[in-house]
Design a protein around this ligand. Structure first.
Ligand code: FAD
Length: 314
């Protein structure tokens, strides 16, 4: 029995030929589960813009699932970023995750960072480029050959932004992160997706504080099935989150890959269930380009029928 909470997935552009060859099958399996959208990372791990666009096109051309393009602003001029947004809109993308991005490792603190100081400015740019392309919808005036221009009839784009339940590493207090979310909302963002975290309370108290501060858009918790100690270590390095000791110990003591997979899926499924029970509007799963663990988490949390996960092996 599945609940009404939504779910969505994140993919990243393949980094080797084997993953690239599997991508169409991964996309089909994830799409068959009926997600609200599938997002594709951008620039993370050194991947190129065209690699992201290839995965987005695969989604747009072979599924009916909305494709969300991550876009980073770091190091970009306004003109370059506007060109990329136009290119993605031309390809059919209507959902974006606007993020600031990080300067590459080793960049000097005083090195130029491009035209954008924050993700909120990229949100504004996406809206501006979209408005330029489809400024107004023409509305027929009854009994007259003239037409009226309806600004409210503009095609809407989804512009999601990043949220950090345990604080962004550069932020001194959670209030600063809430201020950043409010700035993104003022710029026109209409959805947020969180950095990964490991305890339901981290998200629930952050979402409550954000709501009390005036954040009106849904905040989707981002969670990841962590099925090996090596992946947990890598994720903690990338996200700056603290080590969840109970998960780390459970993964370390399991002697088999199968046992570790079970630990990771059970942990993520129980986290997803607690989040939905606590009022989260849905679950965004970081898939690591693996359909089976993500679908198993959703099935175990009661968010999809288990039949969805049994169609074919990963
Ligand atoms: P911003 O929100 O602009 O700034 C980060 C922090 O600075 C804020 O949280 C806040 O502490 C402070 N701040 C900014 N503006 C204000 C303000 N007005 N008032 C007060 N404080 C402020 N990186 C990639 O390279 N590619 C990806 O595809 C990618 N996908 C991601 C997806 C998700 C869901 C998340 C959570 C992160 C992703 N990242 C990705 C990582 C992201 O680029 C980094 O976390 C980056 O350091 C911050 O980006 P941001 O958009 O949150 O920045």
């Amino acid at each position: 029995m599945s609940t009404s909470a939504s779910f969505s997935f994140e993919l990243y552009p393949p980094r080797n030929a084997a993953v690239a060859a599997r991508m169409p099958q991964t996309v089909q399996r994830l799409a068959a589960a009926g997600p609200n959208f599938i997002s594709v990372t951008y620039g993370a791990g050194g991947s190129s813009q065209s690699a992201s666009l290839d995965v987005l096109k695969l989604l747009l051309e072979t599924t009916s699932v909305p494709a969300m393009a991550h876009l980073t602003a770091v190091g970009s001029t306004y003109a370059e970023a506007a060109r990329v947004v136009r290119e993605f809109l031309d390809a059919g993308v209507r959902s974006f995750l606007a993020i600031r991005g990080d300067a590459p490792d080793g960049t000097a603190a005083d090195a130029p960072r491009g035209d954008f100081a924050t993700a909120a400015e990229l949100v504004q740019l996406i809206h501006r480029v979209q408005a330029e392309r489809a400024p107004y919808r023409e509305v027929a005036l009854p009994g007259s050959p003239a037409v009226a221009l309806d600004a409210d009839g503009r095609e809407k784009v989804v512009i999601a932004v990043a949220a950090f339940p345990n604080g962004h590493p550069e932020s001194r207090t959670i209030d600063r992160d809430i201020d950043a979310l409010l700035a993104k909302q003022a710029a026109g963002a209409n959805l947020a997706i969180t950095q990964l975290f490991f305890h339901a309370e981290d998200y629930l108290s952050f979402a409550q504080k954000a709501k009390e501060a005036g954040v009106e858009f849904p905040i989707l918790p981002g969670i990841m099935p962590v099925t090996s100690p090596a992946r947990l270590k890598r994720m903690l390095e990338l996200s700056g989150e603290d080590l969840p000791s109970e998960l780390a110990i459970a993964l370390e003591v399991e002697p088999t890959d199968e046992g570790r997979r079970e630990v990771g899926i059970e942990y993520a499924a129980s986290l997803a269930s607690r989040l939905v029970a606590g009022g989260a509007p849905g679950i965004h799963l970081y898939t690591f380009n693996q359909a089976a663990p993500a679908l198993d988490v959703l099935a175990r949390a009661g968010l999809v029928d288990s039949a969805t996960t049994e169609k074919e092996p990963a």
